[in-house]
Design a protein around this ligand. Structure first.
Ligand code: PMP
Length: 631
């Protein structure tokens, strides 16, 4: 059987567009020429106007057979990481200056032949540096010509196999000059063909090859002759490149793990407004877990205020507060909030979460210390992290521990921060001691009243009222999204702090202001709370009544707020109990890690002012049954 070498080079307007070669049997020649012609005519760089074929017979005895290098793939997250990996692989070959070699690859210009770099003399050995070394006379054994497209992987593996089998050759580094092909490789007899990805960003036409040679181990002239003239067929080539790992795979795996640990979260679809009686996936449901404690999101007056504001002021605010988004509505609501909380001034944020993030990261920096309760809400924790202040976590509501830690950590700039009502446990901060410690040690004090506003204090004004209006933290943060039935966050503080936050709080500065409907709804809700303090009293009485129902059934429960946690412990059990309750028409989702510590999964019951005693009694019975069913 006679073998032939076929080489195709195609150009357009005298610019190279495509080049390829084959070594094949005589009978496969016509088809190969046809395939390669197709390739030249359908290249992404354009249709060739000049195609040059060179066909030569080869003496079969001259053709050297080499086994294909074993292939592995080493995906990295960044280009820098891929090059770091390339450097460390070169180190494994005992090369003295791996960084220099990698730099050489990165600085080669596209469409040049390879650099032949001699590590013995630190010189480049290409006879013509503009042309470089062009490796030819090679193919996969029995490749035929089934496709007109370019198979980067197969062609590169053939070339690399030839290169690293050149006497004196230590390794090859390659980065494709195809702008869309970001995978390169390092090849050596030690490492095989190691695919490295990404080596560049998509669209980058940069590429090149560096052959790393040692002239003490081989003769350069012979090496160049082998690379450019001696025919090689590579045996055992894999048909397909091993699939690069799916970049989404780690996330799918993480989700599977969460499911296995009963920590997977998903959303349920509410199909009606948020009210005591809602529908979930169109099924009627008694909500025993809503933060709309006073059932005001569904109040006709609150809804009407939102509608009117949308009509009068538009659907959105059109800008941040510091550009075009500051409306009279926002300022009026801030005045109302400041008055409600007995502070000089107030500032709105888009959500409670953004309020905590913005306030804490503006007030504290690398020089500050923040003392934070171990059960503080995630938004406080995230604000602390963002500030880069030193964080000192003290035991839950333990003022002795807090004082001890303050003493251990002297600081010139400090903040103590705590939930006023703890969101997952429903207990209340020891405000008198908290404020006293702030004063004693000259630290700013900040409370988060997300679950206090509209809930505690004789008229629902919150924690300061709850303790008889005697203790005033510097900052009272809160949200409009819970008892106030709307959405948005706020902070009440001195005028100075308000001004400072306007200038420094990034979640305030760089976000579009709230929509008019949300502002007007919250304003109306505050007016209703002020006019109807009996709502707050009804909520407080519901808590007492519901806890007594549970106790009668032998379930220990008590809470001074609207949040009643029933700690079940095991995550799977909590999910099972919650599921049974949902099937029976009562919605109390299970709260699990990381919202609460591992092994303290719970049913977080949240009452509303409008729940009837009959509903509360019935729910207590359903809870007892569900707990019994899932021991
Ligand atoms: N702080 C606490 C204590 C909370 O419970 C929440 C809401 N879960 C927030 C802040 C965040 O408020 P918002 O929902 O308005 O972002």
């Amino acid at each position: 059987m006679s073998l032939y070498s076929v080489k195709m080079r195609a150009s357009k307007n005298a610019h190279h567009v495509s080049g390829a070669e084959r070594i094949l049997n005589q009978e496969d020649l016509p088809q190969a020429v046809s395939c390669l012609t197709q390739r030249a005519l359908h290249h992404s760089l354009g249709t060739a106007d000049f195609i040059n074929f060179k066909v030569e017979a080869l003496a079969e005895a001259e053709v050297k057979h080499l086994p294909a290098l074993p292939v592995s793939t080493r995906p990295c997250t960044t280009i820098a990481e891929s090059f770091a990996l390339m450097t460390s692989l070169l180190k494994e070959l005992n090369l003295a200056e791996p960084v220099k070699l990698v730099e050489l690859l990165r600085s080669t210009h596209p469409m040049r032949g390879a650099i032949l770099y001699d590590v013995a003399t630190n010189k480049q050995l290409e006879p013509d540096p503009e042309r470089g070394i062009r490796v030819t006379y090679m193919d996969a054994a029995g490749a035929g010509c089934s496709s007109s497209g370019k198979n980067h992987f197969r062609e590169a593996l053939v070339l690399a196999t030839k290169v690293v089998n050149t006497p004196g050759m230590l390794a090859e580094l390659c980065m494709s000059d195809d702008p869309d092909y970001v995978t390169g490789y390092l090849a050596s007899l030690k490492h095989g063909y190691t695919r490295l990805t990404p080596l560049k960003s998509v669209g980058d036409p940069h590429g090149g090859r560096v052959f790393i040679f040692d002239s003490r181990l081989g003769d350069p002239a012979q090496a160049i002759h082998f690379l450019e003239k001696e025919p090689v067929l590579v045996d055992g080539l894999p048909i397909e490149a091993p699939a690069l790992p799916d970049p989404e795979a780690p996330f799918a795996e993480a989700l599977a793990q969460l499911k296995q640990k009963s920590l997977y979260r998903s959303m349920r679809t509410m199909t009606s407004e948020q009210a005591r009686h809602s529908t979930v996936n169109t099924k009627p449901m008694l909500l025993m877990s809503s933060n709309s404690y006073l059932d005001l999101t569904a109040d006709p007056r609150v809804k009407a205020a939102a509608v009117e504001a949308a009509q009068a002021w538009g659907a959105g605010s059109g800008g941040s507060r510091l550009t075009t988004g500051n409306t009279l509505l926002a300022e009026q609501l801030e005045n109302k909030l400041a008055q409600l909380k007995g502070k000089e001034a107030a500032l709105l944020f888009n959500t409670g979460y953004m309020a905590n993030l913005g306030i804490i990261s503006a007030l504290a920096d690398k020089e500050s210390v923040i003392f934070s309760d171990e059960l503080n809400h995630a938004s406080i924790i995230d604000g602390c992290r963002l500030s880069r202040a030193r964080l000192v976590v003290y035991k839950h509501n333990d003022m002795q521990d807090l004082e001890a830690k303050i003493k251990q950590t002297p600081c010139s700039k400090g903040l103590i921060v705590s939930d006023a009502v703890f969101s997952m446990d429903g207990d209340i901060l020891n405000l008198p001691d908290f404020v006293a410690l702030g004063e004693k040690y000259h630290l700013l004090t900040m409370v988060d009243e997300a679950h206090a506003t509209g809930v505690i204090g004789a008229t629902g004004k919150g924690i300061v009222e709850h303790y008889g209006n005697k203790y005033a933290p510097n900052l009272i943060m809160g949200t409009l999204s819970k008892a106030l039935g709307s959405e948005g966050g706020f902070v009440c503080a001195s005028r100075v702090l308000r001004e400072y936050l306007i200038n420094k709080a990034r979640s305030f500065i760089f976000s579009t202001a709230q929509c008019p409907a949300a502002l007007a709804a919250a304003h109306k809700a505050i007016e209703i709370i002020e006019a109807e303090p009996e709502r707050v009293r009804a909520l407080q009485q519901n808590v007492l009544y519901f806890c007594s129902c549970l106790k009668e059934l032998g379930i220990e429960a008590s809470s001074p707020t609207a949040i009643i946690p029933l700690v079940v412990g095991d995550e799977a059990r909590a999910l099972a109990v919650a599921k049974e309750l949902e099937e029976k028409g009562v919605l109390i989702p299970a709260i699990r890690y990381p919202t609460v510590p591992k092994g303290t999964a719970r049913l977080r019951i949240a009452l509303m002012a409008t729940h009837t005693q009959a509903e509360l009694k019935h729910t207590a019975e359903l809870i007892k049954q569900a707990l019994e069913h899932h021991q």
